[in-house]
Design a binder for this molecule. Structure first.
Ligand code: SF4
Length: 104
């Protein structure tokens, strides 16, 4: 399932991780929510292929281990979200449409 593009209306912030917000629901290790706000990655649909991390011109993603998650045991973390230049390369290349960039 692709990321809910209205997640900022439909979900609530339940945590912070690496200086970005985490939008619930979160029930580790099987439900991990959405990481980031302007650069948002749905960890429950992310398959951890890392195309976003390879494509991002400012290298803001880190790959993190998520043992026990049913979709994949690796996720893209928007660790340096504030550095985004809104090129949309990650959003358009994600094979599972798990990324939503909110332009400002
Ligand atoms: S929109 Fe561009 S700069 Fe921003 S996270 Fe995606 S690839 Fe990186």
């Amino acid at each position: 399932m692709p990321i809910d593009s209205d997640f900022q209306k439909n979900r609530k912030v339940v945590d912070e991780h690496n200086d970005h917000k985490v939008w619930g629901p979160v029930e580790p290790p099987t439900k991990l929510g959405i990481h980031g706000t302007n650069v948002a990655v749905d960890w429950d649909s992310c398959t951890g292929d890392g195309i976003c991390a390879e494509t991002c011109p400012v290298s803001l993603y880190d790959m993190v281990d998520t043992p026990g998650h049913p979709t994949s045991e690796k996720k893209s973390d928007p660790a340096r979200e504030k550095e985004c230049i809104q090129c949309l390369a990650c959003e358009s290349s994600c094979p599972t449409a798990s990324i939503k960039i909110t332009t400002t």
